[in-house]
Ligand binder design. Structure first.
Ligand SMILES: [Zn+2]
Length: 283
């Protein structure tokens, strides 16, 4: 008979065998110690984290000046190298380490994917998200519960959103990166440049405030590709410490799937006319 641990990814299974059942149970330093790696926080020149090893034991150094959430992701990333990458030493630079870099096929991307599951394991995130509407406000809550950066939490939320969601990061120079849920329409992309009538534009250019309220916006302000002129989208933006702006785009309330119908109820209604596809929820 299949049990939950059999269905887990390798990083999730690692947490499970260490007894992690709730976010506060995730003790990355304890797991590192159990795996023969000592963790130190110190000033590093030119990199976010470093793994030194003789093949049997390791010292993982973490940039002391980084935020706590960033340090946690860096530690999980180096643990991934220590466990998976033939126990080589690594110096991982700032741009290498980040949850937004988890999709390319490389050793660094694989370490980021492993790290994302160590700090935000699906088997804890799924019940935590259930019944909650995806927004940056929710990402702030999740980052506090799981002790991650808001960016890492927002990426997890966007990827797992049951209704369409897309997280995009812009600077004043243009779009840096975006991630989206499997339920987001394939032909729609966030615009390369911020529209001047968006809160994100004001946050990026004027540095005003730190987070906007979630609001309904014309699709043309945010999206390019098939179907956008007829669509509105919910948007919420926040300014990051480096001046970039993160925006969560979500399927507007009117277009979301209704709660399941009881037997015999009519299927024709707002959802049937929605421009958004009705994919199954992401795992
Ligand atoms: Zn690395």
């Amino acid at each position: 008979m299949t049990t939950l641990p059999d269905l887990l990814s390798p990083p999730e299974r690692l947490l499970w065998i260490h007894g992690c059942r709730r976010p506060e149970h995730i003790d990355l330093e304890g797991i590192a110690c159990d795996r023969g790696a000592r963790v130190v926080y110190r000033r590093l020149d030119g990199c976010a984290a470093r793994l030194l090893t003789d093949g049997e034991q390791a010292i993982i150094s973490i940039q002391a000046s980084d935020s706590k959430g960033r340090q946690r992701f860096s530690l999980a990333h180096e643990l991934a190298h220590w466990i998976n990458d033939v126990r080589r030493g690594f110096s991982c630079f700032g741009d290498d380490i980040g949850p937004q870099n988890a999709e390319a096929a490389s050793v660094e991307a694989a370490a980021n994917e492993f790290s994302s599951q160590l700090i935000l394991p699906d088997y804890m995130v799924a019940p935590w998200m259930r019944g909650r509407h995806v927004s940056l406000g929710l990402a702030v809550e999740m980052s506090a519960a799981f002790r991650t950066s808001v960016t890492a939490a927002a990426i997890k939320l966007a990827r797992r959103a049951a209704s369409g969601a897309c997280l995009v990061c812009h600077s004043t120079q243009g779009r840096r990166w975006f991630v989206r849920s499997s339920t987001w329409p394939r032909g729609l992309y966030p615009r390369m440049r911020l529209h001047p009538d968006t809160a994100a534009f004001h946050l990026a250019v004027k540095g005003a405030g730190s987070m906007s309220n979630a609001r309904s916006s014309p699709g043309a302000h945010w999206l390019s590709g098939a179907g956008f002129p007829a669509m509105t989208v919910e948007s919420q933006s926040m300014r990051l410490p480096d001046g970039a702006v993160l925006t969560m785009l979500a399927q507007p309330v009117a277009a979301r799937a209704p709660t399941p119908r009881r037997h015999g109820e009519c299927a024709i209604g707002a959802w049937a006319a929605s421009p958004w596809p009705s994919h199954a929820p992401a795992r």
